[in-house]
Design a binder for this molecule. Structure first.
Ligand SMILES: [Zn+2]
Length: 211
């Protein structure tokens, strides 16, 4: 079994959590949601123990994608996102909110992912779990051998993502969490797009917004 570790890096003025999954046996890594300024992340991935192999997006909001293009250009790595997110959010500056908050930007995934797909990358097996609600194509990434979930803005510690942006839907979000995330083992560590980590078991007991 590969020696895998997840690092958190908080980026940008909204304090977005960017995560880096590293395989210490090979030094290969993937980055989830590189928002904020690319420079700091670029320097990190120039180090020999962080060989970047891919960019995985939980969703296409501006604060999760700010450094995507520069990292992609600098390291020649593919961008992964759900089919739905690629179609409805990433490519549309009105919907990915880049027109509102920074310079208008549209992106497209190089590899589109489907619900339930198993992605084998850097020696890790990552299960893609589609969790619409915050956006239509929000994707969570589950790494079973690490009992870890990269949750984007779907589920937070005792909270949930906003549903008042385009393609958001509160009822759909709660159903996604109940039916797709609460079925994971209670000890699963949840790494959200903002604020602190939590676990599935803790949220089932304490998250009043999911019920
Ligand atoms: Zn968001």
């Amino acid at each position: 079994m590969a020696e895998l570790e997840i690092f958190r890096k908080t980026v940008g003025y909204l304090g977005t959590n960017c995560y880096i999954l590293v395989n210490h046996d090979t030094g290969e890594c993937v980055v989830f949601d590189p928002g904020g300024d690319a420079q700091e992340l670029k320097e990190l991935f120039q180090a020999p123990n962080f060989k970047l192999r891919g960019i995985l997006l939980t969703h296409g909001h501006f604060d999760h994608i700010g450094a995507v293009r520069e990292l992609k250009d600098a390291f020649g790595v593919p961008v992964y996102a759900s089919v739905e997110e690629d179609r409805q959010v990433l490519g549309n500056p009105e919907v990915n909110l880049t027109t509102m908050f920074r310079h208008a930007m549209s992106l497209h995934a190089d590899e589109t992912l489907r619900d339930g797909q198993e992605l084998e990358i850097i020696g890790a097996r990552i299960t893609c779990i589609l969790t619409p609600g915050h956006t239509a194509g929000g994707m969570c990434y589950y790494i079973e051998e690490m009992q870890s979930l990269i949750a984007g803005d779907t589920l937070f510690c005792e909270s949930v993502g906003r549903t008042d942006f385009p393609t958001g839907d509160a009822g759909v979000l709660v159903r996604s969490i109940r039916e797709k995330l609460y079925v994971l083992p209670d000890e699963t560590k949840v790494f959200p797009g903002h604020m602190d980590s939590t676990t599935i078991g803790w949220e089932k007991q304490h998250n009043m917004l999911v019920g």
